[in-house]
Design a binder for this molecule. Sequence first.
Ligand code: ADE
Length: 228
Amino acid sequence: MIGIIGAMAVEVEGLKKEIQGLKITKISGMEFNEGTLNGVPVVVAVCGIGKVFAAVCAQTMILKFGVEKVINTGVAGTLVKELGVGDIAVATAVCQHDIDTSGLGDPVGMVSGLNQVYFKTDKALEELALEAVKDDDIKCMSGVIATGDQFMSNPVRKALIHETFEAIAVEMEGGAIGQVCTINNVPFLVIRVISDGADDNALMDYSVFVKQAAEESISVVKGILASL
Ligand code: ADE
């Protein structure tokens, strides 16, 4: 079974409505939509925005639904000039830009206990995602995706996150899902379509492009499922 997580309804609606043999289970206020997509057993959920909801959702998928892989789909702000609205960021690794025990001498972003900054995504899933992007006009880039409990709309902080983590995009759930999957030995992927520039215009761009970007991300996930 493959777990698919989106933070907002718009990020998974297009998948949910195509599930065959749908069974819905509500846990911790989240709906887990089980069934098959393209013959592949899946559980699809809207986790809500931010790291805590994302972690609860991923852990529930692992413990209650026995998922073997987790895919996080959705939108992100770009941190690099190479990626514009509608382009795609596929994570090679995720990190959490807002975890900071540097006062204790640790590197910024290091998760204490695990003592790592980056959580690597599954190489095979990453390659399937890259193959699933069929439109030559859409730029697709692999790299680090940075996560934090902030909607990024500050050019100074944006530049700092890019420099500190060599991150290409910023969002609010992938790093938490990556940490949960890593401690449970479950392979995962984060795929995000750019909805905004994570800068002064972020809110305006996000409002205009979020739906289109979220749907584009769903179509890549469908491509991955078709080749599993
Ligand atoms: N998701 C989409 N755009 C974002 C941004 N600018 N910051 C955080 N998460 C996002």
